[in-house]
Design a protein around this ligand. Structure first.
Ligand code: MF3
Ligand code: CO
Ligand code: CO
Length: 250
């Protein structure tokens, strides 16, 4: 199976879209404080995205009601911004920004501390960031998806954590979600091969406890079944001969 590969002009557009998403995520990171509602994060993302002449890709995606996913504490992903959800000291919140500029998408997520984190919060966030970096380090022309997933899962396990199974990374380009599916686990030497010119996301969701998730009544929010913390970091990367180029680096 072969996946779409970008040519030079498209790569330039992916770089530009990635920089918009990264800049908006950074803007959110400095604005977060206790008492802020997740709806206020959404408003900030809408305003900041518009400033760049871009569009929040997630707004209306399969009916998603927000411009951004805001996933607090035990919420693993797809948290819907709400007026009545306020950030409290000690929370962690992952903010997943996807921006469309000139027909191409950039997708990036980070988990932030609100106030002083607990030791558990520090651990799961630190492991999630390192898992993303381990996944990125496994990306290169000819690498298999199983190599990338194994690198992420192996690190999570070695730190007493786990990775979510029911969602994954994805190809990205003219659409936010394109093939291939990029699991956060896998076996070395198994799975489709990455090729230079493909753009994919590396976005492990790491759980402090078990990786099983349950969906809220809103049909979007995915929480850990055991109620323990989950954290996520995401970059959009361009596969190259020697490795990859991070398109959403701030
Ligand atoms: N940005 C998310 C991802 O990393 C997409 C969430 S889809 C939404 O793939 F509809 F929930 F926004
Ligand atoms: Co994302
Ligand atoms: Co993504």
């Amino acid at each position: 199976m072969s996946f779409s590969r970008l040519h030079r002009g498209q790569i330039e557009k992916m770089r530009a879209a990635g920089q918009v998403a990264a800049a908006t995520l950074a803007r959110v990171g400095v604005a977060l404080r206790p008492g802020m509602s997740t709806a206020a994060i959404d408003a900030l993302v809408r305003a900041d995205t518009a400033r760049f002449g871009a569009r929040p890709s997630q707004l209306g995606y399969h009916g998603f009601p927000g411009a951004v996913c805001t996933s607090r504490n035990d919420v693993a992903c797809h948290g819907v911004p709400r007026e009545d959800e306020r950030l409290e000291p000690g929370d962690i919140v992952s903010v997943d920004v996807t921006s469309e500029l000139d027909g191409y998408h950039g997708d990036t997520c980070a988990t932030f501390f609100v106030g002083e984190p607990s030791a558990e919060a520090r651990h799961v966030v630190d492991v999630a960031r390192r898992c993303r970096d381990a996944g990125i380090a496994a990306v290169r022309d000819g690498a298999r998806l199983g190599d990338v997933g194994f690198a992420m899962h192996q690190l999570a396990r070695s730190e007493g954590c786990d990775v979510v199974r029911v969602v994954g990374g994805h190809g990205i380009g003219r659409r936010m979600h394109e093939p291939p599916h990029v699991p956060f686990f896998g076996e070395p030497g198994v799975g489709a091969r990455l090729r230079a010119g493909m753009a994919i996301t590396i976005e492990p969701i790491v759980t402090l406890g078990a990786p099983a998730l349950v969906e809220d009544a809103d049909g979007w929010t995915l929480r850990t079944e055991d109620g323990r913390l989950a954290a996520q970091f995401e970059h959009t990367v361009l596969v190259t001969r020697a490795g990859c180029e991070i398109l959403t680096r701030c």
